[in-house]
Design a protein around this ligand. Structure first.
Ligand SMILES: *Cc1c(COP(=O)(O)O)cnc(C)c1O
Length: 467
């Protein structure tokens, strides 16, 4: 199985980026009866190879540009194997895994300029890290009694750009705050939260007796890679006594690329930071981090005293505090090992070079697409994301939306490349994200040529416009 997996991984670039799951494969997977009787492992593996392995999302391929997906690495797979082999329950107790996770948290705290003694936990991703951060901020604002009493009649509000990721919605829902308590702040032409509009929203809420408590800044927005003015937002958060949270899901890792680091000025002042290792660090899914400078509030938000989890001075039940004191899960996987392997094997400098490479590839694709007469960039390429729109004259906005979607679908279904779509200023655009250490200039050319070919068929096809 190990040999086969390595061979298969090696063959990925030569195959299609994505292929449709055939109906008979879907039914072979979903119509099976409950497997009361076991089978030889070799048979199960054969089934895996036939039904599962060929029909993946495609994010290991050099021409996968959709959403924000990491690629993984062969050694990342091996680290996952070792993680499973040890089968550590990393929720607590005295074992080397806890010290690995502490080292990982402390290393990243240092990389991001957080103070010594900052606290954090490896999570399944940014969504979970965001929920944890909102809960810690809630404790900081209302006191630890909120855990027992609930929110009561507290009227709290949070603030985020209109373009902020919806994981904040889920976090506010789950924390009992309700996502109606999030004020959506407009952005400027560069996709950055407008500070004047934020100030107005804060004043408006204070006048109505609502307590502003949470400012959600974005370092690398999911649509365009925009980075909010973190230093200015940090100032404002300090003045207004707001918890300053940064969504750095992928963008925070631009800290590893010296040429991009300047964009992140002010990040070191965050009260909490959420980010992913499974995107721009290429650790296999799911792997993220929540970091906060408020270690004692972090622990007070999640720690409980129960007899069956009592800590002892020595022995297996030593090692206080346990990571279950810093998050929602008790039993939890040893996700820190994959991060530790990636950091130690590649080193942060080389991981930063891969990030820089992606930013340069994004710039190059932007330049290449702009040379196609009917294509316009829908947003400036500031980091690692290109949003472009096919905008031939003489067609309505809806017709153009349909054609942009049609180009994306054609690239996907022919297996040439996988971009995704989003909307910028109401218009549907093609979106190319680079968290892809395998992409090379030739992959950009193949993708651009396929787009040109699709546009050529619009020109010829029925109802096409001649340019
Ligand atoms: C991916 C992403 C998230 C959510 O992270 P998950 O790891 O998918 O939970 C949040 N914010 C941004 C900017 C993202 O790109």
């Amino acid at each position: 199985m190990l040999d086969a997996a390595l061979d298969e991984m090696q063959a990925v670039p030569a195959g299609p980026v994505w292929r449709a799951v055939p109906p008979e494969v879907k039914s072979a997977l979903t119509d099976e009866p409950v497997p009361w009787q076991g089978r030889p492992l070799a048979d199960v593996f054969a089934e895996y190879r036939a039904l599962i392995e060929p029909y993946t999302v495609g994010n290991r391929h050099p021409r996968f540009f959709g959403w924000v997906h990491g690629q993984g690495t062969p050694s990342g797979m091996l680290a996952q194997m070792l993680t499973a082999s040890l089968n550590i329950n990393a929720g607590g107790r005295e074992h080397a895994g806890a010290y690995v996770e502490r080292a990982v948290v402390a290393w990243w705290a240092r990389v991001f300029g957080f103070p010594e003694g900052s606290s954090g936990i490896v999570t399944s991703g940014t969504s979970m890290a965001t929920l944890l951060a909102v809960l810690v901020a809630r404790t900081q604002t209302l006191g630890v009694e909120v855990r027992g009493r609930g929110l009561g009649d507290a009227r709290l509000a949070g603030y985020a750009a209109v373009s902020a990721h919806h994981c904040l919605h889920k976090a506010f829902d789950a924390a009992g705050l309700g996502h109606a308590a999030i004020r959506r702040i407009p952005v400027d032409g560069d996709g950055r939260m407008r500070v004047d509009a934020l100030q107005q929203a804060l004043a408006h809420d204070r006048e109505r007796g609502i307590r502003p408590f949470f400012l959600y800044a974005t370092a690398g927005s999911v649509n365009t890679g925009a980075v909010d003015d973190l230093a200015r937002l940090a100032d404002l958060a300090a003045q207004e006594a707001l918890w300053f949270h940064i969504d750095g899901a992928f963008g925070a890792l631009a800290m590893l690329a010296p040429a991009r680091r300047g964009l992140l000025q002010g990040l070191e002042r965050a009260d909490s930071l959420a980010l992913d290792f499974h995107k721009w660090l290429h650790v296999p899914y799911g792997s993220g981090l929540m970091l906060t400078r408020h270690a004692s509030v972090h622990r007070a938000t999640f720690a409980d005293e129960v007899h069956y989890l009592a800590r002892l001075r020595e022995g297996t039940a030593g090692g206080d505090p346990w990571f279950c004191d810093f998050g929602l899960e008790l039993s939890r996987g040893f996700g820190a090992l994959g991060v530790w392997f990636a950091m130690r094997e590649f080193g942060l400098e080389r991981l930063g070079e891969a990030i820089e490479h992606d930013c340069l590839m994004a710039e190059a694709l932007g330049t290449r697409l702009e040379r196609i007469p009917e294509i316009r960039l829908a947003a400036p390429v500031r980091l690692n994301i290109v949003c472009a729109r096919y905008a031939a004259p003489g067609l309505s906005a809806e017709e153009l939306d349909e054609r942009n979607a049609a180009i994306v679908v054609e690239l996907q279904t022919t297996g040439v490349a996988v971009p995704s779509t989003t909307r910028i200023g109401g218009n549907l655009v093609m979106r190319f994200n680079f968290t892809n250490h395998r992409v090379r200039p030739n992959d950009l050319e193949i993708t651009a040529a396929a787009i040109e070919a699709a546009i050529g068929r619009f020109r010829e096809g029925p109802g096409g416009t001649s340019v």
